[in-house]
Write a protein that binds this ligand. Structure first.
Ligand code: GLU
Length: 397
């Protein structure tokens, strides 16, 4: 007998049932709430710059708010901001980009989400080099696609091997993710590595690429960021760039990012955004406009501080017996191998938090259970405190 609607249990969609909440956000939130409860907690978990957004950017948003930019704007973003992003891509990254190839999104995350939704469907495959940032596979599955992980290891330098990439490609392979500088490993793809990847792509015309360039300004000395579409302009029509203001300009809470690439695909992503979230917060976009149109001094000053901190974290981790570290080349993470402790990464991180009050993220969330991720987006004293706690924990095992 059918039960009346009011008595039927609420069921979740299969999509929602299968969805894992973001562990990076969950651990950062847990560390914050333990601290608020008075526990002695040191957090090297979420990658969030601790600097304040530069004053001229905040002022531009305040001015826009006071000037009445408080209403709906175009779903694709403020025209002046789209134009400034297109200008940045064309002149700073060497990727000729028209304004209509840019969509302003609610952080880099929505750019990825929208792209996956408009490109991927059941039967398609996302090619994902591991270790990977944990939201890519979840977003691909939300679009109905399957995920083919391309494993790598610290022993292989966490590099993407072009031969391995080529061997993994099937007729279903639709989209490859490249994230350089990488979260969580900090590896940076060199120009010659990108050229080798481009050579593979030329042999597989059905495969598109999304380059997550959110850490482009955060590079250790001696490393340079190259955009794949600048290295291989002949492939530009199937290379997408995702980026945002969070990391370079210390604007995590503003939630402003962008998707750029193939006009028709970006047009579909704009349609999706117009039916889902509409425009990104109107006055916040004017802060972002001031940021991107302004001088890069503030970005470089913060990047310089991150260089010092990355070095501090790297040196400290390398000095701890029982850890193996490939020194990061960019971004603000280190991803040491903890497997000599005999603990899996989840148990390691849970015990580290319980016993020493240090919050870090288990590598299993990034596709490598032998490692843990520590962020150096924190003050030197916090990094030093975290290193001491980690050392005490490992000694205690
Ligand atoms: N991308 C940053 C991280 O991995 C921020 C948190 C998130 O969005 O996952 O820590």
């Amino acid at each position: 007998m059918l039960r009346p609607p009011s008595q039927r249990p609420l069921t979740l969609s299969a999509r929602a049932e299968a969805l894992q909440p973001s562990l990076t956000l969950a651990i950062a939130a847990k560390a914050k709430s333990l601290k608020a409860e008075g526990h002695d907690i040191c957090s090297l978990s979420a990658g969030e710059p601790d600097f304040e957004t530069p004053a001229f950017i905040r002022q531009a948003a305040v001015d826009a708010l006071n000037a009445g930019h408080t209403r709906y704007g175009p779903a694709a973003g403020e025209p002046a901001l789209r134009e400034a992003i297109a200008h940045k891509l064309s002149h700073e990254n060497g990727v000729a980009t028209g304004t209509d190839q840019v969509l302003v999104t609610n952080g880099g995350k929505q750019a990825l989400y929208n792209l996956f939704q408009v490109l991927l469907q059941p039967g398609d495959e996302l090619l994902l080099p591991a270790p990977y940032w944990l939201s890519y596979p979840e977003m691909a599955r939300l679009a109905g696609a399957s995920v083919r992980v391309l494993p790598s290891s610290a022993a292989a330098g966490f590099r993407l091997d072009p031969a391995q990439l080529e061997a993994a490609i099937t007729p279903a392979s639709k989209l490859l993710v490249l994230n350089s500088p990488s979260n969580p490993t900090g590896m940076v793809l060199s120009r010659s590595e990108l050229e080798a990847i481009a050579a593979v792509l030329r042999r597989h015309p059905q495969l598109a690429v999304v380059c997550d360039e959110i850490y482009e300004f955060l590079l250790a000395p001696g490393h340079q960021h190259h955009s794949l579409a600048a290295v291989a302009p002949d492939l530009a029509d199937r290379i997408f760039s995702v980026n945002g203001f969070a990391k370079g300009w210390a604007m995590t809470g503003w939630r402003i990012g962008w998707l750029a690439g193939n006009r028709e695909v970006v047009k579909a992503a704009i349609a999706l955004q117009s039916q889902s979230t509409s425009n990104v917060c109107s006055f916040a976009q004017f802060g972002a406009l001031a940021a991107i149109a302004g001088p890069r001094d503030c970005v470089h000053q913060m990047a310089e501080r991150f260089n010092e901190r990355r070095q501090l974290l790297s040196d400290g981790l390398q000095a701890i017996d029982g850890l193996q570290l490939l020194p990061p080349e960019g971004a603000f993470y280190a991803f040491p191998d903890i497997s000599s402790t005999g603990l899996d990464s989840m148990r390691f991180c849970n015990r580290l938090l319980d016993e020493q009050g240090l919050a870090v993220v288990p590598g299993v969330a990034f596709g490598d259970d032998r490692c843990i991720r520590l962020s150096c987006a924190a003050a030197n004293a916090t990094i030093e405190d975290g290193l001491n706690r980690l050392q005490r924990f490992i000694r205690s095992l």
